[in-house]
Design a protein around this ligand. Structure first.
Ligand code: DAH
Length: 347
C-alpha cells in the first residue's frame, strides 16, 4: 500500500517535470534526478537493506516496476524530442529546387594536350608505342648515354636544374631514348614517341622553366634518312596542313650523325613571307638525325646491325605558332578565358 502511494507520487512528479521539457539537455537533468547516483529511484533501492526479509521480494518487484516505468517515460520523451529535432533540421535545411542553378563552366582541352593527342593518334596509327620516362632523371640517361660526356660543351646550351651531383630535372625527352633501348632486352626494333615535360633554367616570353617536348625514336635494320624525312613529312602535313613542305638543313646534335634542323613552309603565309616566319617563308620546327653509333652502342645495340632515326620537338612552340599564342606563359597560367578560345570549331 505504502509502495503504491510512493510510486504514484514519484510518477506524478515525474510527469509534471516532463511537461516543461524543451531540450535533450533538460531531459538529461531530469533523468539524473530520478535515476542518477543520488536520484529518487536510486535512493529507493538503497533502502532495500532496511526492508525485513519477508518483504524484500515484494520491495524488489516494486523497485523494478518503478524503474521500468520511469525509464519508459523518459525514453518516450527522448524519442519525441529526437523527432522534433529532425523536423526542425529538415525545415531549416530545406532546398528550394525551383531556384535557377549556377552555370557550371566547362573546361576545354588545353592547346598543349590537343597537339599531344593529335601526335599520339597519328604515330600510334603508324605502329608506334607511346613511351614514358622519369622527369627527375640521372645525368647518365639525360646526357652520358646520349654521347654527351661530362664536360661536353653542349651541356652549356641546356641550363639544367641539378638536385644533386647525379640527378637533374630532365632537360630533354631524349633521355627516354636511352631508357627505351636499354629496357628492350631482346634488342628488337623500336618505334616510339615520348611526349613529356622538360625543364631548363629559362624564363621569358618564349622560354619557360618548364616546357614540353615530343621525342621520336625508330631503330631497326636498314632505317635511312629517307625514312626520317618521309615520317616527318607525314607529321607536318597532319599537324600543320596538307600543303606543308619539309626541308632539312645540316646541323649538329651529339646523339645523331648526321644531324638536321627541320623547317616547314610557313603555314600562315604558305611560304610567301610574313611576320610569323620573319619574311623567310620557313619555320624551324625540330631537331633530328640518324642515331649516333655511339648512342646505339652505349645502349646495347650493335651499330653494324641496326640503324635508326630520332627527332625532338618543342610542343609549346608548335602550339604557340599554330594558334598564334604570343607568350609561353599563357600556356601555364590556367586562365579559363585563354583556354576558352580553343573551344571553337576551327581549332
Ligand atoms: N634533345 C634536343 C633538344 O632538346 C632535340 C633533339 C634533336 C632530339 C635531335 C632528337 C634529335 O632526338 O635527334 O634540343
Amino acid at each position: 500500500m505504502e509502495n503504491d502511494l510512493q510510486r504514484k507520487d514519484i510518477i506524478e512528479s515525474l510527469e509534471n517535470e516532463l511537461k516543461n521539457i524543451k531540450t535533450k539537455n533538460d531531459l538529461a537533468n531530469i533523468k539524473a534526478l530520478y535515476l542518477g547516483k543520488n536520484g529518487l529511484v536510486t535512493n529507493l533501492s538503497l533502502k532495500m537493506k532496511e526492508i525485513p526479509n519477508e518483504e524484500k521480494k515484494e520491495y524488489g518487484k516494486f523497485l523494478n516496476e518503478i524503474k521500468n516505468e520511469v525509464t519508459l517515460k523518459l525514453d518516450l520523451i527522448y524519442q519525441e524530442l529526437d523527432k522534433k529535432e529532425l523536423e526542425e533540421k529538415l525545415e531549416s535545411e530545406s532546398i528550394d529546387i525551383t531556384l535557377p542553378s549556377k552555370k557550371i563552366k566547362n573546361g576545354t582541352m588545353h592547346p598543349f594536350n590537343k597537339i599531344v593527342e593529335e601526335l599520339e593518334d597519328l604515330f600510334v596509327s603508324m605502329g608506334y608505342d607511346v613511351a614514358d620516362g622519369p622527369e627527375l632523371e640521372t645525368d647518365e640517361y639525360c646526357f652520358q648515354r646520349l654521347n654527351i660526356p661530362l664536360g661536353h660543351p653542349v651541356r652549356d646550351t641546356q641550363d639544367s636544374f641539378y638536385v644533386n651531383k647525379d640527378m637533374l630535372l630532365r632537360t630533354q625527352t631524349s633521355s627516354v631514348q636511352a631508357r627505351t633501348m636499354e629496357s628492350n632486352l631482346e634488342k628488337k626494333p623500336i618505334r616510339i614517341i615520348c611526349p613529356g615535360k622538360t625543364y631548363r633554367r629559362d624564363d621569358d616570353a618564349t622560354h619557360s622553366h618548364q616546357f614540353g617536348q615530343v621525342e621520336g625514336l625508330v631503330i631497326d635494320k636498314n632505317i635511312t634518312m629517307a625514312d626520317l624525312k618521309g615520317t616527318l613529312e607525314i607529321m607536318a602535313k597532319k599537324i600543320l596542313g596538307e600543303k606543308t613542305i619539309v626541308r632539312f638543313r645540316p646541323s649538329y646534335f651529339p646523339f645523331t650523325e648526321p644531324s638536321v634542323e627541320v623547317d616547314v613552309s610557313c603555314f600562315k603565309c604558305g611560304g610567301k613571307g610574313c611576320s610569323l616566319c620573319k619574311q623567310t617563308g620557313w619555320i624551324e620546327l625540330l631537331g633530328a638525325g640518324m642515331v649516333h653509333p655511339n648512342v646505339l652502342t652505349a645502349n646495347g645495340y650493335n651499330p653494324k646491325e641496326y640503324t635508326g632515326f630520332a627527332f625532338g620537338m618543342g610542343i609549346d612552340r608548335l602550339a604557340m605558332m599554330k594558334y598564334g599564342i604570343p607568350d609561353i606563359r599563357y600556356m601555364y597560367n590556367n586562365d579559363i578565358r585563354f583556354l576558352n578560345q580553343f573551344n571553337r570549331k576551327e581549332y
